[in-house]
Design a protein around this ligand. Structure first.
Ligand SMILES: Nc1ncnc2c1ncn2[C@@H]1O[C@H](COP(=O)(O)OP(=O)(O)OP(=O)(O)O)[C@@H](O)[C@H]1O
Ligand SMILES: [Mg+2]
Length: 258
């Protein structure tokens, strides 16, 4: 599957009412994520990254502008189970086994999708959890739970994958392992992906381009294209060309991110 659908944000403006006063969160944010592309979204806390992702899911309204996934409103796409979602809190059901948690989106959608169910063992092994199929979430480490959530986000073989700091709670070593695993998984399925992250290294390692959001309300501060071929070896983290790109992203962030 070659990631058939792009995501197009057109001049998105959004404000919230906070205790009666309007708070402008996004100001005319436009972003074109071509089919099968990998976009990392980075920016200081509170600049509207999660809000933008919720808008892409159709879970948050906009005041102006529009978002389309393959030309359709996101609600319709989400309701058909064609968007994979992985957020910071893996939110596994504690009474369900690893395999049953991975299967959850299929159960929610209903109907029989035997070819998708048949992929579950493969997905579990893809995230390195073979042998843990029947384990309960309480028996897993935080990193393993996070990997269950990644497998779950892929179970419908989504065209679109939206991830909001999926590795935020992990230590650096585990996070890097997860980055390598995510690259491998992404190469296998090539969903159109948006990854929200606070990690500059993670963004540059994984993405085709890094979009820097900033300001209040949030605007696109700049876009850094990442030209490296895939698969990207982990030695790339020490490559001067890699550091030039992380410096470029850091400069756009204005030095307020680590
Ligand atoms: N439902 C809501 N009601 C009111 N204000 C909200 C709501 N959701 C978000 N906000 C406000 O909108 C702004 C942007 O929030 P958002 O969660 O999108 O930021 P973020 O870039 O994801 O930050 P972080 O990096 O900390 O996750 C914040 O000021 C937040 O307080
Ligand atoms: Mg957020």
């Amino acid at each position: 599957m070659a990631g058939g659908r792009g995501i197009v944000f057109e001049e998105i403006s959004k404000q919230f009412l906070v205790r009666g006063s309007p708070l402008a969160v996004l100001d005319k944010v436009s972003l074109d994520c071509p089919p099968g592309s990998f976009t990392a979204l980075i920016g200081p806390s509170g600049c509207g990254k999660s809000t933008l992702l919720k808008i892409a899911l159709g879970l948050e309204t906009v005041d102006a502008g529009s978002v389309r996934i393959g030309g359709e409103p996101p609600d319709a796409v989400r309701q058909r189970g064609e968007i994979g979602i992985a957020f910071q809190d893996p939110a596994l059901l504690p009474w369900r086994s690893v395999s049953a948690n991975v299967a959850l989106p299929l159960d929610v959608l209903g109907g029989s999708r035997p070819e998708q169910r048949a992929r579950i063992p493969h997905l579990v092994s893809l995230v390195g959890l073979s042998g843990f199929e029947t384990a309960l979430p309480g028996e897993l480490s935080g990193g393993m739970r996070q990997r269950v959530a990644i497998a779950r986000s892929l179970v419908t073989a989504p065209d679109v994958l939206l991830m909001d700091e999926p590795f935020g709670a992990l230590d650096l070593i585990l996070r890097r392992q997860m980055n390598v695993e995510l690259q491998r998984i992404w190469m296998e399925q090539s969903p159109t992906t948006i990854l929200v992250t606070h990690g500059i290294d993670e963004a540059v390692y994984l993405a085709d381009r890094v979009v820097v959001l900033g300001g209040r309300p949030g605007v696109v501060k700049g876009i850094v294209d990442i030209p490296f071929d895939r698969p990207r070896p982990t030695t790339i983290f020490r490559d001067p060309a890699f550091h030039r790109l992380t410096d470029e992203v850091g400069a756009l962030l204005g030095g307020d991110e680590g």
